[in-house]
Write a protein that binds this ligand. Structure first.
Ligand code: ATP
Length: 281
């Protein structure tokens, strides 16, 4: 049944019966619009009629059965622990018609993905590593609580009023938890999902490459590695190689932050200056 649903997303959508705009959930949350149907949950932008504030309402997908319910509960548990001004606050959780829901703060901003692909923002080595440092500042808080995010990608970092926010804790887990791999899981998946801080460094290595490639203009059709294509300082390259586990990886976020700080200090940018949603940073 699960396989069938995976192969037929439109049928799965019918079974999942997502809420429509205008519907009221739990007698107080009005659905404004669907934000996205993810691997196990459906997220909506909504309004809390009791407080008037905008919220994100997330429900487990019926077609994901017990797995969906477990993962949604897990995300709520993580958000409840992670109380930080740059992480959405968990406002509420409840069960309605047998399905668990969570309600969290709506971050009214733009993702880094939107910045690059819709606004055409480009990053230099300096601005890319400065943004990385801002993200690491939040990730340090997450790791200090014994949690790894495991999904740090450009759509999960949001800019709002010059501050970065980290969202989507659907894959977050505790450091040292046992990972459940399938025999055919590719190495890339294992590197991104390992319940160890280095999986977040690995993901952020790719995140930083994404930023750096925003300014890259290909000069030939020939496919080359990022080290050949990007014009990076030796220090930047060394940091990325360790993050991507091409060299002995960082074990702790403090080592990584120290290296990034050193790189920025050389360029007179040691402080994390918060940029105001610029079009070219
Ligand atoms: N707190 C939030 N504030 C604003 N937008 C959010 C928030 N949480 C999620 N979103 C947006 O809602 C959409 C769906 O989010 P969700 O966390 O379900 O991620 P997903 O990547 O679609 O699913 P999954 O990671 O579970 O496969 C995304 O576009 C995301 O940017």
């Amino acid at each position: 049944m699960k396989r069938f649903m995976e192969r037929h997303p439109l049928v799965a959508r019918w079974f999942d019966r997502p809420h429509r705009s205008g519907e009221i959930v739990h007698r107080r949350y009005e659905v404004i619009e669907e934000l996205g149907m993810g691997s196990y949950g459906i997220a909506y932008k909504g309004r809390d009629h009791d407080t008037g504030r905008l919220v994100v309402i997330k429900q487990a997908r019926r077609t994901k059965g017990e797995d969906g319910r477990r993962l949604l509960q897990r995300e709520a548990e993580m958000l409840a622990r992670l109380r930080h001004p740059q992480i959405p606050m968990l406002h509420d959780r409840f069960v309605e018609r047998g399905q668990p829901y969570l309600v969290m703060e709506y971050i009214d901003g733009e993702t880094v993905e939107d910045h690059i692909f819709h606004r055409g923002v480009t990053y230099t080595e300096r601005t890319a590593f400065r943004l990385l440092l801002d993200v690491l500042d939040v990730v340090r808080f997450i790791h200090a609580l014994g949690i790894v995010h495991r999904d740090l990608r450009i759509p999960n970092i949001i800019w709002r009023g010059g501050t970065v926010f980290v969202i989507d804790f659907g894959l977050a887990c505790y450091i040292g938890e046992s990972a459940q791999w399938r025999d055919d899981d590719p190495l890339e998946k294992r590197l991104r999902r390992e319940p160890h801080p280095r999986s977040d460094f690995y993901a952020l290595g790719h995140f930083t490459l994404f930023l750096l490639y925003s300014a890259y203009e290909p000069t030939s059709e020939e496919e080359k590695s990022w080290e050949e294509e990007l014009d990076l300082s030796p220090k930047a390259r060394a940091i990325l190689r360790k993050m991507l586990q091409l060299d002995a990886p960082y074990d702790h976020i403090n080592e990584l932050m120290m290296d990034v700080n050193r790189l920025l200090a050389e360029r007179g940018q040691a402080q994390t200056v918060k940029a105001e949603n610029p079009t070219s940073i």
